[in-house]
Design a protein around this ligand. Structure first.
Ligand SMILES: O=C(O)CCC(=O)C(=O)O
Length: 279
C-alpha cells in the first residue's frame, strides 16, 4: 500500500499554475481591478525557515523610526534561497504577461519593522501620471511599468500594518487627497493587505500604496523585488551590480540583470525562443 504525503506549499502551487500560461482568468481580473494580487502559499515552511535563519545570521540592527532604518539590502549574496526567488516559477508567468516577456530586475530590498515603527505614507497612483510607474490597457492586455513582488517571510495579520493600498487607484483620474495619503483619513478606500508567511503580493507601482505603521508584536519581514519591462529602468543600479552576485546567478537569472534595452532581448524562461525582434 502506498501512502500519500501532503504536498509542500510550493508543490501545491506548482500544480495550480502549470497550465499553459500559469495566469488564471481570476488572477487577471483581480490584478486589473485592484492593481495588486496576493499569490497564496508559494513558500513552504522549510524555505521560510531557511530564509529567516539566513537573515537572523546577519544580526541586523533593530529597525528605528526612519524609513531607511527599516530597510536592508544586499541579500542576494547571502544565500541561494534568496536568489531562488528572483525567477521563482510561481511569479514568472505574471511578470511575463503583465510587464514584458523579457522583464528585468530593477532593484530590490527588504523591509523589517518592529512594533510601533511608522512606515511610509501612501504614494503613487494613476494621477498624476508617472512615466516609469504606469498601468495601461491596450489591445486586450495589461502593460505595467515598475512592478513589485513582495514576499512575506512572516505573517502579516489584518489591520496590524505593513503593505497598504487603495485598490483600483492605479486607474485614478484625480490625485489622492493629502489626508488620505497620510492616513489621517480613511473614508473606506484604504486597505491593509493581510498575508500569511509564504505568500507573495504582486503590485504595480502605479497603485497608490505605502506602509502602514506596524502594530503586531512580532517583527515584520518582507523581501521586495522591483521588476521593469526589459527596455526600461527606474533606477540606475543596473550599471553597478556586484560581480560576486553576477557570478552566482544561473544563465537564465543573468538575463534579469542585463541593462535595459529592447532589440534582440531574450524572453525569460524560454531559452529556445527567438529573441524579441522576431516576434
Ligand atoms: O510596506 C510595503 O510593503 C510597501 C513598500 C513601499 O511602498 C515601497 O517600498 O515603495
Amino acid at each position: 500500500m502506498t501512502t500519500a504525503t501532503a504536498p509542500t506549499a510550493s508543490q501545491a502551487f506548482a500544480s495550480r499554475t502549470l497550465g499553459t500560461s500559469g495566469v488564471s482568468d481570476e488572477d487577471r481580473y483581480l490584478f486589473d481591478l485592484q492593481g495588486y494580487l496576493v499569490v497564496k502559499n508559494v513558500l513552504g515552511r522549510e524555505e521560510l525557515a531557511e530564509l529567516n535563519r539566513l537573515i537572523d545570521e546577519r544580526k541586523l540592527p533593530e529597525p528605528g523610526e526612519t524609513v531607511q532604518s527599516q530597510r536592508f539590502s544586499g541579500f542576494l549574496t547571502w544565500g541561494q534561497p534568496f536568489r531562488d526567488l528572483l525567477d521563482h516559477p510561481a511569479i514568472v508567468p505574471y511578470l511575463k504577461e503583465w510587464l514584458d516577456p523579457a522583464f528585468r530586475l530593477d532593484h530590490y530590498y527588504g523591509i523589517y519593522m518592529k512594533q510601533g515603527t511608522s512606515g511610509l505614507t501612501l504614494h503613487g497612483g494613476g494621477t498624476p501620471y508617472d512615466r516609469p510607474e504606469y498601468f495601461h490597457f491596450r489591445g486586450g492586455q495589461m502593460y505595467n511599468g515598475l512592478t513589485v513582488v513582495s514576499w512575506a517571510l512572516v505573517d502579516i495579520p489584518a489591520d496590524q500594518g505593513g503593505f497598504t493600498c487603495i485598490p483600483g487607484s492605479h486607474k485614478a483620474n484625480y490625485p489622492c487627497p493629502r489626508p488620505i495619503r497620510t492616513y489621517e483619513s480613511n473614508p473606506g478606500c484604504v486597505v491593509q493587505v493581510p498575508m500569511s508567511a509564504g505568500d507573495a503580493v504582486i503590485f504595480t507601482e502605479a497603485l497608490t500604496h505605502g506602509t502602514h505603521p506596524w502594530t503586531a508584536p512580532h517583527h515584520r519581514r518582507s523581501l521586495l523585488f522591483k521588476y521593469a519591462p526589459g527596455h526600461m529602468a527606474w533606477g540606475g543600479g543596473y550599471a553597478r551590480w556586484p560581480q560576486e552576485l553576477l557570478e552566482r546567478l544561473t544563465p537564465e537569472q543573468r538575463l534579469l540583470f542585463e541593462p535595459p534595452y529592447f532589440h534582440q532581448r531574450k524572453e525569460i524562461g524560454a531559452p529556445d525562443a527567438a529573441p524579441r525582434s522576431a516576434y
